[in-house]
Design a protein around this ligand. Sequence first.
Ligand SMILES: CC(C)(COP(=O)(O)OP(=O)(O)OC[C@H]1O[C@@H](n2cnc3c(N)ncnc32)[C@H](O)[C@@H]1OP(=O)(O)O)[C@@H](O)C(=O)NCCC(=O)NCCS
Length: 145
Amino acid sequence: MFHEPVETFAARLRLSPGSSWVAEAGGQVLGYFFTHPWAGETPPPLGRALQQLPANQDTHFLHDLAVHPQARGRGVAPRLVEAALDWGRQRGLKFTRLVAVAGAAPFWRKWGFKPVATAPAYGDDAALMALPVESQRITTSQTAA
Ligand SMILES: CC(C)(COP(=O)(O)OP(=O)(O)OC[C@H]1O[C@@H](n2cnc3c(N)ncnc32)[C@H](O)[C@@H]1OP(=O)(O)O)[C@@H](O)C(=O)NCCC(=O)NCCS
């Protein structure tokens, strides 16, 4: 698991304010999901604040999903993932990509993501994963079933 500087997240929020989500209940944050448009297969630099987003955006890059340990197992993550995938589809982005770290690949496989390359800049066991293009139009409930 990585701990990135707060400016990394703040920059992504500034550049794409509509593509990140927080789950909360009773004023408590249960989880978050940061995503943003991107271009191509090379993932954004890890731990560095982006100065701008690429012009030729074709990718919805899923940057960081986390649910508080005490809130896990209650379906928080699926709701965050569904919100994000809906956003990417509505935005018309052709590809959905992420880097799975710290053993997260099995979680993303459940959503239909497939490993397509290693991602050494993110760690020895990091894998670039992508949603097959033909899955982009399938609803998330069908994908998760
Ligand atoms: C992974 C994580 C976001 C899941 O959050 P959650 O709200 O507890 O998710 P849920 O328990 O509701 O799980 C949803 C589904 O994913 C499955 N799942 C959860 N974690 C999983 C994992 N590590 N590997 C495989 N499947 C997993 C659950 O079994 C469940 O499947 P089901 O719908 O068939 O029952 C959470 O455990 C977490 O924050 N982990 C640390 C950070 C991380 O790994 N983030 C993801 C990679 S960036």
